[in-house]
Design a protein around this ligand. Structure first.
Ligand SMILES: Nc1nc2c(c(=O)[nH]1)N[C@H]1C(S)=C(S)[C@@H](COP(=O)(O)OP(=O)(O)OC[C@H]3O[C@@H](n4cnc5c(=O)[nH]c(N)nc54)[C@H](O)[C@@H]3O)O[C@H]1N2
Ligand SMILES: Nc1nc2c(c(=O)[nH]1)N[C@H]1C(S)=C(S)[C@@H](COP(=O)(O)OP(=O)(O)OC[C@H]3O[C@@H](n4cnc5c(=O)[nH]c(N)nc54)[C@H](O)[C@@H]3O)O[C@H]1N2
Ligand code: SF4
Ligand SMILES: [Mo]
Length: 915
C-alpha cells in the first residue's frame, strides 16, 4: 500500500517504532465515541498510547471529556483484543485460517467479481458504520456505486440517525442541524426529547448543567418515559407513554395556537403548509393528549408555554424520537414547534438533533447510505446521479434504489444479495430481530467482515476477515453534531497487518477493477487520505453544506471548522435569514397524524420494553469492555422493572427472569428500578451473545420500521417476563487479561440457558456466571473447572454426591482462580478477596460460604473510583453532593457521575435536607 511504510503482507506483530520516534509525541485528534466530537490530545511513546486528555483548544469541548473519553488509553493498549491478521475460511463449517493481507484482498475482489458476473451488481451489499471516517465512506461509496454498480450501501446510521435525516429534509429542505453547542448557554427553554444526554452526550450535558446553574431561570423540559439522570435536571419531566411524542408535540402546538404564542409574521414570510397543520392539531387538545401520552394536560400546557414564551427555545433530541416506527413524524412534529414560533436561526434557538456516532454526520455528507449521494444529493434524482458520476469520472451511476439496512439483510436471507461486506459495525448484535439477522448471515454466500477488535458476534459469520486499523491509528476527518469538521490524527501505527478502512477498500477496489473494468482502477489511486478528502470536499461545492474550500492544510491552520464553510465567515447557525434549503426558500410544516407503536402490549405480552444506553459503555462492548474503570458502573446485563411489577411477578431482586417477545427470549437477572413506570421494562443495549447466553438484547426487539426513514423501532417491543427457575448456579473467576481469556471461556455461554461473561471486574480478570435447571453431568463440571485452570486447586471443598464443587487456586498467596458450582454462597467473599480485599482468617470457612463478606460496591465515579457505598456512607453522615465531591473526589474528574451522586444523596441523606 502506497501510504504505508510496511508492505501489505508485512508480518510485524510488535508495534513498529519508527527510528527517532521513541520519544513521546502528542497529536491533537477527536474522541472516537459519541457525536459530541470532543477534541483530545493523544500522547504516544514507542508505538503505544500512554495518555489521552481533553484538548483545551478544541472549540466543541474546551478540554472536557466524559468517563469514556478519559478511559480511552486503557482501551487501545492490548493487541490481544485486536484482529491482527486477515483470515479466510474456504468452506463453511471449517475454522478460518490466517492469510496474507494481499491474498485476502485478492479473494475479496475475486468474490465480488464473481457475484457481479453471475448475478449482477445488486447481488453485492455493503453494510458500513457511522464510526467510519469521511475518507472511508468516500472510498467505499465510490467502490459500491461507481465500480460495482450498486446502490446497496447502507450503514448502522439507519438504526440511529435516518429519521433525523428525513425529518430535516422534509421540513427544512436539507439534512443539516441548524444550531450549535453555544446555543446550550443561550437558550431560555430547552426541550430535551428522547435523549438521555447525561449518559449519551455527557460533555454537552455538563455544559447545560453549568448554564442552568448560572441562569436558574432557564427552563428545562425532558420528555422521556423513564426518569433518567437527564430528567433530574428538568424543571418539568413528562414521562410519556413510549411512542406518543407526535401527540404531545401536536398538543403543545395546539396550546401555542390557542394562546397566541405562534409567530404569524414568521409563518407567513418563511414557511408553507401551516393552515393544514393548524386544522389538524385542533383536535389534539391537551386533554386528548393526556389520554394518549399518559401525562397531565396541565404539564403539556406548561411545556407549551415555556417553549412559546421563551426568548430562545432549543430542542435536543436523539433515539427516543428516531428509533420509532413514526420516527420521521416525531422529528417533523418537533420541528413544527420551532417553525411556528420562529425559534430557529437565532442564538439559543433551533431543533438540534444530537448525532449518535462520532462521524454519522460525515457519512451523511459523503452520501454513504442507500438513500443518499455525496454532497447531500439524492440517488433517486437523475440529475444528481449525473453530477456525481461526472465528479467521479464515470459515465453513469446505477438507478435502481439501494437497500436500507434491514431490507439489505432481508435480501441476504432470501438470496438476492450473495456477497455482504460489513465494516466497523457489529450487526449480529445491534440489528433488531437477531434470529433473522443470523439466519441471513448464515445464508449469505460470502461474508466479508472488516473489523478492528477480536471476538465480536459478527466475526463468527465471516468467511473473510480484513484486519482494520482503528482509533488512534487512523487519520482522516470527522464531522460532529454542530457541523464541525475536525482532523482525526494517527498517534501510532496499526498493529499486525491492520490497515485503515479506506486503504482496504481502495486496495480491494483496484483489484476488482482489474478484473471487471480495468479503466476504473485509476479511480482508486489515492496517494493518501488528504487526496480522498480533497475529492470528497469538491463534491460539496454549490450544495447546502458547501465545504469545498476546506482541505487538510486549512484544518491545520484554522483548526476544526463548521460547514457550510466560506473563507472568513463562520456559520455557527443556519437559516438566520429565514431562507431554507427548499426550492422556494420556505420551510415546510410536517402535517402528520399520530400513529401508535407498531407492537402494542397485549395480554400475552403485557410489558413495554425499551432499550438504550448506559453511561460508561459503548454499544457492543468491543472497546469499553476492555477498560476496568468502565466496567464497574454496571457490571452485567440486567432487566429493570418497577418494584410493583417485580412483586407482582414474584421476582426477588437479582433473581433470574425469562423475557420473551414474539421473536425470541433471553434470561437475565432483574433489578428494581423506580425510574420506570409500572408496566415498563428497560434493557441496556450493550450485551450480546459474545457476553451472555442467547442472542442478547436484540433477540427481543422489533424490526417494524418508519415508512419514510426505514429506521426500526428499537425503542419499543411488547414482552412478557416470568421467573426462570434455574436453581443450579455456578460462578467462576479467573485472573488475567480478559482479552486473552475470553476466547476460551466464550463457548461456555452457549451451553447454558443463563450465562454471562463479565470482563475486568476490579482489575484484570474475567467472571463467568452460569445457571441451569439441574446440575449438569460431572464431566461438564470437570471441564468447567479445567477451563478455569482448577484441575489442581490449592483448596477444594467438593461434594460430588450433591453436585457441589468449590475450588480455589492461589498464586503467591493471592487468588488466581475460583469456581463455585452448585453452591455459590462463598462468591461475594471470594470475589472481595480476589479483588484485593483482606485474606480470610480461615480458607475453609470462606469456601464454605460461612464467613461474612463485606457487600461489594459498585463504581459510581469511574474517574476517581468512588463506590456507591462510600457515597451512601457520606450521605448518611449528612454530606451533600458538593461536600462529597470535596471529600471523596467523586465528580472531580469528568463530572458525568454528578447526577447519580445527587440522586444517591437524596436517597440516603440522613435528614430531609431542603437541598
Ligand atoms: N455512554 C454511551 N454514550 C453514547 C453511546 C453509547 O453506546 N454509550 N452511543 C452513541 C449513539 S450511536 C447514540 S445513537 C446516542 C443515543 O443517545 P440517546 O438517544 O440519548 O440514548 P438512548 O439511551 O438510546 O435513548 C434515549 C432515551 O430515549 C427514551 N425513550 C424510549 N422511548 C421513547 C419514546 O417513545 N419517546 C421519548 N421521548 N423517549 C423515549 C429512553 O428511555 C432513553 O432514555 O448515544 C451516543 N452516546
Ligand atoms: N436494542 C437496541 N439496539 C440498538 C440500539 C438501541 O438503542 N437499542 N441502537 C442502535 C444504534 S443508534 C447504533 S449506532 C448501533 C451501533 O451498533 P454497532 O455499530 O454494531 O456497534 P459497535 O459496537 O459500535 O460496532 C462497531 C464495530 O466496529 C469495530 N471497530 C471499531 N473501530 C473500527 C475501525 O476503525 N474500523 C473497523 N473496520 N472496525 C472498527 C468494533 O470493534 C465493533 O465491532 O446499535 C443499534 N442497535
Ligand atoms: S462526550 Fe465523551 S464519548 Fe462523547 S466525544 Fe466527548 S469524551 Fe467522547
Ligand atoms: Mo447510534
Amino acid at each position: 500500500m502506497k501510504t504505508h511504510p510496511r508492505s501489505a503482507a508485512g508480518d510485524a506483530a510488535a508495534p513498529v517504532v519508527i527510528p527517532g520516534e521513541e520519544r513521546e509525541r502528542t497529536v491533537a485528534s477527536v474522541c472516537c465515541y459519541c457525536g459530541t466530537g470532543c477534541g483530545v490530545r493523544v500522547t504516544a511513546r514507542a508505538g503505544r498510547v500512554v495518555a489521552v486528555a481533553g484538548d483545551p483548544g478544541h472549540p466543541s469541548n474546551g478540554g472536557k471529556l466524559c468517563s469514556k473519553g478519559l478511559a480511552l488509553a486503557d482501551t487501545v493498549r492490548n493487541d490481544a483484543a485486536r484482529v491482527l491478521r486477515a483470515e479466510w475460511r474456504p468452506e463453511r463449517g471449517r475454522e478460518r485460517a490466517p492469510v496474507a493481507l494481499n491474498d485476502a484482498l485478492d479473494l475479496a475482489a475475486g468474490r465480488l467479481a464473481a457475484a457481479i458476473g453471475m448475478h449482477g451488481p445488486d447481488s453485492v451489499g455493503f453494510y458500513l458504520s457511522g464510526q467510519l471516517l469521511t475518507e472511508d465512506y468516500a472510498v467505499f461509496n465510490k467502490l459500491a456505486r461507481a465500480l460495482v454498480g450498486t446502490n446497496n450501501i447502507d450503514t448502522n446510521s439507519r438504526l440511529c440517525m435516518s429519521s433525523a435525516v428525513s425529518g430535516y429534509k422534509l421540513t427544512l429542505g436539507a439534512d443539516a442541524p441548524p444550531a450549535c453547542y453555544e446555543d446550550l448557554e443561550l437558550a431560555d427553554t430547552v426541550l430535551i426529547a428522547g435523549s438521555n444526554m447525561a449518559y449519551a452526550h455527557p460533555v454537552l450535558f455538563r455544559r447545560l448543567e453549568a448554564a442552568k446553574a448560572a441562569r436558574p431561570a432557564m427552563k428545562i423540559v425532558v420528555v422521556d418515559p423513564r426518569r433518567t439522570d437527564t430528567a433530574a435536571l428538568a424543571d418539568l419531566h413528562l414521562p410519556i407513554v413510549p411512542g406518543t411524542d407526535v401527540a404531545l408535540f401536536h398538543a403543545m402546538l395546539n396550546v401555542m395556537v390557542w394562546e397566541d404564542l405562534v409567530d404569524p409574521a414568521y409563518i407567513a414570510a418563511h414557511t408553507a403548509g401551516f393552515a393544514d397543520l393548524k386544522a389538524r392539531v385542533h383536535e389534539f387538545t391537551p386533554r386528548a393528549a393526556q389520554d394518549v401520552c399518559g401525562v397531565p394536560a396541565a404539564d403539556i400546557v406548561q411545556a407549551a408555554r415555556w417553549f412559546g414564551q421563551a426568548g430562545a427555545a432549543l430542542s435536543l433530541y436523539t433515539m427516543g424520537l428516531n428509533q420509532s416506527s413514526s420516527g420521521t413524524a416525531k422529528n417533523g412534529a418537533l420541528i413544527n414547534l420551532h417553525l411556528a414560533t420562529g425559534q430557529i436561526g437565532r442564538p439559543g434557538a433551533g431543533p438540534f438533533s444530537l448525532t449518535g456516532q462520532p462521524n454519522a454526520m460525515g457519512g451523511r455528507e459523503a452520501g454513504g447510505m442507500a438513500t443518499l449521494l455525496p454532497g447531500h444529493r439524492d440517488p433517486g434524482t437523475p440529475a444528481h446521479r449525473q453530477e456525481v458520476a461526472a465528479l467521479w469520472g464515470v459515465d453513469s451511476l446505477p438507478a435502481a434504489p439501494g437497500k436500507p439496512a434491514l431490507e439489505m439483510f432481508d435480501a441476504v436471507l432470501d438470496g438476492r444479495i450473495k456477497v455482504l461486506w460489513i465494516a466497523a459495525t457489529n450487526p449480529a448484535q445491534s440489528l433488531p430481530e437477531q434470529a433473522k439477522v443470523r439466519a441471513a448471515l448464515q445464508k449469505a454466500e460470502f461474508v466479508i467482515v472488516q473489523e478492528a477488535y477480536a471476538g465480536t458476534e459478527t466475526l463468527a459469520y465471516a468467511d473473510l476477515v480484513l484486519p482494520a486499523a482503528t482509533w488512534p491509528e487512523k487519520s482522516g476527518t470527522a464531522t460532529n453534531s454542530e457541523r464541525r469538521i475536525s482532523r482525526v490524527r494517527a498517534a501510532i501505527e496499526p498493529p499486525g497487518d491492520a490497515r485503515p478502512d479506506w486503504q482496504l477498500a481502495a486496495e480491494a477496489a483496484r483489484r476488482l477493477a482489474r478484473l471487471v473494468a480495468p479503466e476504473k482502477a485509476a479511480l482508486f489511486d489515492y496517494p493518501d487520505e488528504s487526496a480522498v478528502f480533497a475529492e470528497h470536499a469538491r463534491m460539496t461545492a454549490g450544495r447546502d453544506l458547501d465545504y469545498s474550500a476546506v482541505d487538510y492544510a486549512l484544518l491545520e491552520r484554522e483548526g476544526p471548522v463548521q460547514w457550510p464553510y466560506r473563507p472568513g465567515t463562520a456559520t455557527p447557525r443556519l437559516y438566520a435569514d429565514g431562507r431554507f434549503a427548499t426550492a422556494d426558500g420556505r420551510a415546510r410544516f410536517y402535517d402528520t397524524g399520530y400513529t401508535p407503536v407498531a407492537e402494542p402490549v397485549s395480554a400475552p405480552y403485557p410489558l413495554r420494553l425499551t432499550t438504550g444506553r448506559l453511561r460508561d459503555h459503548w454499544h457492543t462492548l468491543a472497546r469499553t469492555g476492555l477498560a476496568p474503570a468502565l466496567t464497574r458502573h454496571v457490571e452485567e446485563p440486567w432487566l429493570s422493572l418497577h418494584p410493583f411489577d417485580l412483586e407482582r411477578l414474584k421476582l426477588a431482586p437479582g433473581t433470574l427472569a425469562r423475557v420473551r417477545s414474539r421473536r425470541g427470549a433471553i434470561v437475565l437477572p432483574v433489578r428494581p428500578d423506580d425510574t420506570l413506570k409500572p408496566g415498563h421494562a428497560f434493557l441496556p443495549m450493550h450485551w450480546g451473545s459474545a457476553y451472555m447466553a442467547g442472542l442478547g438484547v436484540n433477540a427481543l426487539t422489533n424490526p417494524s420500521r418508519d415508512p419514510v426513514s426505514r429506521q426500526p423501532e428499537l425503542k419499543h417491543a411488547a414482552v412478557a417476563v416470568a421467573p426462570a427457575r434455574l436453581p443450579w448456579q455456578a460462578m467462576g473467576w479467573l485472573a488475567g487479561d480478559a482479552a486473552l481469556l475470553r476466547p476460551s471461556l466464550a463457548p461456555w455461554l452457549r451451553r447454558f440457558e443463563y450465562a454471562a461473561l463479565l470482563p475486568c471486574a476490579a482489575g484484570p480478570g474475567v467472571r463467568l456466571r452460569l445457571a441451569a435447571d439441574s446440575a449438569p453431568p460431572p464431566h461438564v463440571v470437570d471441564a468447567l473447572a479445567r477451563a478455569l485452570g482448577l484441575e489442581h486447586p490449592d483448596a477444594a471443598f467438593d461434594d460430588a454426591s450433591r453436585g457441589v464443587l468449590r475450588r480455589l487456586r492461589l498464586a503467591d498467596g493471592e487468588p488466581a482462580a475460583f469456581l463455585l458450582a452448585g453452591d455459590v454462597r462463598a462468591h461475594d467473599g471470594l470475589l472481595a478477596w480476589a479483588e484485593g480485599g483482606q485474606a480470610p482468617a480461615s480458607l475453609a470457612m470462606l469456601l464454605m460460604g460461612r464467613s461474612q463478606a463485606a457487600p461489594r460496591g459498585r463504581t459510581v465515579c469511574a474517574c476517581v473510583g468512588v463506590s456507591d457505598q462510600a457515597i451512601r456512607a457520606g450521605a448518611e453522615a449528612g454530606l451533600d453532593a458538593e461536600e462529597l465531591k470535596a471529600r471523596l473526589g467523586c465528580g472531580s474528574g469528568c463530572g458525568s457521575c454528578m447526577p447519580e451522586v445527587r440522586r444517591l444523596v437524596a436517597l440516603h441523606a440522613s435528614s430531609p435536607a431542603g437541598a
